[in-house]
Ligand binder design. Structure first.
Ligand SMILES: [Ca+2]
Length: 363
């Protein structure tokens, strides 16, 4: 069910608490001189995500923190040996409505640089929201059951999952596209994918090689290849992997198969991830088992590969793009720029899952 934002505002000067306005039962309870902001949480049985926003005045405009750059961007040189700093004076805590809980805001913009593997690149996207984790089996089942019981959806695969909280796999591209539509309908949104040019017939069943895409629809969809890579880079440029500190990979950072074939694979443990290799494939890990990237996205390298919407260039009509590498594959495949992998949309594998996005304006 879609609801509006609920938020609590704090107006502060030099980190002192001057006044608090509250909406509902969400409130900021303290803001200390050490910069620590404390707020209560909503207690209505819903699992909300929360985020802190800032503004120059209570009238706004309110802005999200885009990692460290969100603050650094407000500091500019005066050109005379001194620095003028514009410090945000108001903060608020926002409880994201349920349809956005579990998603992170990916700010629009351009991420350009030189990737150690692919060379110069430039990625430009509009703001969108993306699932924080790969879609889990739990999440998959909830929408799958809802959509097949009463709403005439039919899928080629029921989906596999090592256990609750692990990413869903053994789902083909058609399943994922239909599931996005079902999730949209479940949340009261307009589905994105249709079977007819007039876009009156929601894509719910069968294998439609090239669904009609309603660009104005506000529902869930698969990310484009460009959106996926932009998101994976997490706001840092020119790095091989989703993290900003170095261009190497180890098992402590991701669930993948380590090998000495790549000099930047410096994992002290080799082969499949020792924590998740229980000799019963697939060796997936609980979604979110490793540190997130700068946008708060987990497992953008490894665990399961992720279906993107687009065709593999040169193989239009045959193969759809996958990104990010998985538990089965090597360090190279985990690179943010690695786009050499694609699969037939009708095939399903135990190393391949997905995550969904919402276009801007759906907040
Ligand atoms: Ca992944």
């Amino acid at each position: 069910m879609r609801t509006g934002f609920r938020y609590a505002v704090i107006v502060c000067a030099t980190a002192g608490l001057l006044g608090v306005a509250r909406a509902g039962d969400l409130a900021i309870t303290s803001f200390g001189g050490n910069g620590q902001l404390v707020f209560n949480t909503l207690n209505d049985g819903t699992n909300y995500d929360y985020r802190v926003e800032w503004a120059p005045s209570p009238a706004g405009p309110w802005r999200c923190f885009d990692g460290a750059a969100g603050l650094l961007q407000s500091i500019a040189s005066a050109g005379s040996g001194s620095i003028t700093s514009s410090v945000p004076m108001c903060y608020r805590v926002v409880a994201l409505p349920p349809h956005l809980s579990g998603m992170v805001r990916v700010p629009g913009g351009t991420n350009a640089g030189r990737d150690p593997d692919s060379g110069t690149y430039s990625l430009t996207v509009e703001e969108f929201y993306m699932d924080r984790y790969e879609v889990t089996k739990t999440q998959w089942d909830e929408v799958y059951t809802w959509s097949t019981d009463k709403y005439s959806y039919s899928y080629d695969n029921a989906g596999g999952g090592k256990s609750k909280g692990h990413p869903v796999q053994m789902v083909n591209w058609y399943d994922c596209v239909k599931w996005c539509n079902a999730r949209s309908e479940k949340n009261g949104f307009t589905p994105v994918y249709y079977t007819d040019a007039a876009m009156t017939q929601v894509y719910k069943a069968g294998q439609v090689l090239e669904p009609y895409v309603k660009a104005s629809a506000n529902g869930y969809r698969l990310p484009t290849d460009t959106e996926w890579e932009y998101a994976a880079r997490g706001g840092v440029s020119g790095r091989r992997f989703p993290w900003g500190d170095g261009d190497t990979i180890q098992h402590v950072r991701a669930n993948y198969s380590s090998s000495s074939a790549y000099s930047y694979d410096t994992s002290p443990t080799r082969g499949y991830h020792p924590t998740y290799n229980d000799v019963i494939t697939p060796y997936t890990s609980l979604a979110g088992s490793f540190a997130p990237n700068g946008y708060g996205l987990y497992d953008m390298a490894g665990n399961v590969w992720e279906w993107c919407y687009g065709w593999c260039p040169g193989y239009e009509g045959t193969y759809r793009v996958l990104r990010g590498g998985g538990w089965l594959t090597n360090a190279r495949s985990c690179g943010s720029a690695f786009d050499h992998e694609s699969r037939s949309p009708g095939n399903a594998y135990s190393y391949l899952g997905f995550r969904a996005v919402l276009s801007q304006g759906q907040r």
